[in-house]
Design a protein around this ligand. Structure first.
Ligand code: NAD
Length: 287
């Protein structure tokens, strides 16, 4: 069996076109233009690239974006003050604090202070709780992007055994909740899981997000399984690879996402969708 490649770039471009039209129509109808604030703390090179890419993505469809670059020596109190100001800002409808934060900052303390109405990363405890209660509101971007991809490829999720490898707050845990919502029988594994292979071999669908280059091997999976690779790992030679050993998986899976070009573009597009959603749901009536 040779896997079908799930093309995240193609799907993201199609959605991008639709969102661009939506913003144009909003302009024509004199509705408010969605605004996104990205708060970057410190100088982590990867974070700087991600923030820049988010700004470019906003520009492409006409969302107004502002980057607030704060010094890594800044205190928690001052970050919270900035967030409170952004919560009040009428031109801003989405706020994202780029993670990870410097070690001395308590991430949850910061995320909790973002208004849940502007929480376009979907990490506020209220939005996470709503997803847990089967009432999704603003949803974490990477899992939402993955669900969108699976829908676009008409993959029927109900009843599938979905396995999530990696249990982070930003990918694994919300992914598990998304799969439950879709009617999957869901298993989640992490670094303390014993005999992970027994879960892998039974899964119809695997999402892996652990940050370990080429970890998942073809011989471990069920024939015809669907494999979604979230990992982004830079090899010594500079090449970017996922958490999946593409060459061995490709011969046994039914579908596979490449890295780059699979999940990554869908994460960014979900952020744009969330910003428009927040603007429409919470701010249109006040425009
Ligand atoms: P994280 O470090 O916060 O969490 C990693 C998780 O993997 C933890 O739950 C840990 O227990 C688990 N884990 C580690 N080793 C394991 C093993 N051997 N077996 C099973 N589980 C194991 O990571 P994260 O922030 O969720 O990111 C994971 C990867 O996904 C990274 O490579 C990151 O760059 C990438 N990522 C990509 C996107 C995207 O849009 N494509 C978005 C977010 C993260």
């Amino acid at each position: 069996m040779i896997a079908k490649i799930i093309n995240g770039i193609k799907i993201a471009k199609k959605i991008q076109k639709k969102l661009k039209k939506k913003i144009l129509l909003r302009k024509k109808n004199k509705l408010i233009i969605p605004g996104l604030a990205v708060v970057l703390i410190g100088n982590d090179p990867s974070s700087k690239i991600y923030v820049k890419n988010k700004k470019i993505a906003c520009n492409k469809i006409g969302i107004i974006s502002k980057i607030y670059h704060l010094n890594d020596q800044i205190t928690e109190k001052k970050i919270i003050k900035k967030i409170k100001k952004l919560n009040q800002n009428k031109k801003i409808h989405g706020i994202l604090v780029q993670l990870p934060l410097p070690k001395k900052i308590n991430t949850l303390n910061i995320l909790k202070k973002i208004s849940y109405k502007k929480d376009v990363d979907g990490f506020h405890p209220l939005n996470t709780g709503l997803l847990c209660q089967r009432k999704p509101n603003l949803r974490a971007c990477t899992p939402l992007g993955i669900i969108t991809l699976l829908r676009k490829y008409k993959i029927r999720l109900k009843g599938m055994h979905a396995l999530v490898i990696g249990a982070s707050n930003i990918v694994g845990r919300p992914m598990m909740l998304e799969f439950l919502l879709e009617g999957c029988t869901t298993t989640i594994t992490h670094r303390f899981t014993k005999n992970i292979y027994k879960y892998i071999k039974n899964a119809d669908l695997i999402v892996i997000a652990i940050g370990k280059a080429k970890f998942l091997k073809g011989e471990w999976i069920k024939k015809g399984a669907i494999i979604i690779d979230v990992g982004i790992n830079k090899l010594k030679n500079g090449k970017i690879v996922g958490d999946v050993d593409f060459d061995s998986i490709y011969k046994k899976a039914s579908y596979i996402t490449p890295v780059p070009g699979g999940v990554g573009p869908m994460t960014v597009i979900s952020l744009l969708k969330n910003t428009i959603f927040a603007c429409e749901k919470y701010y249109d009536k006040n425009s």
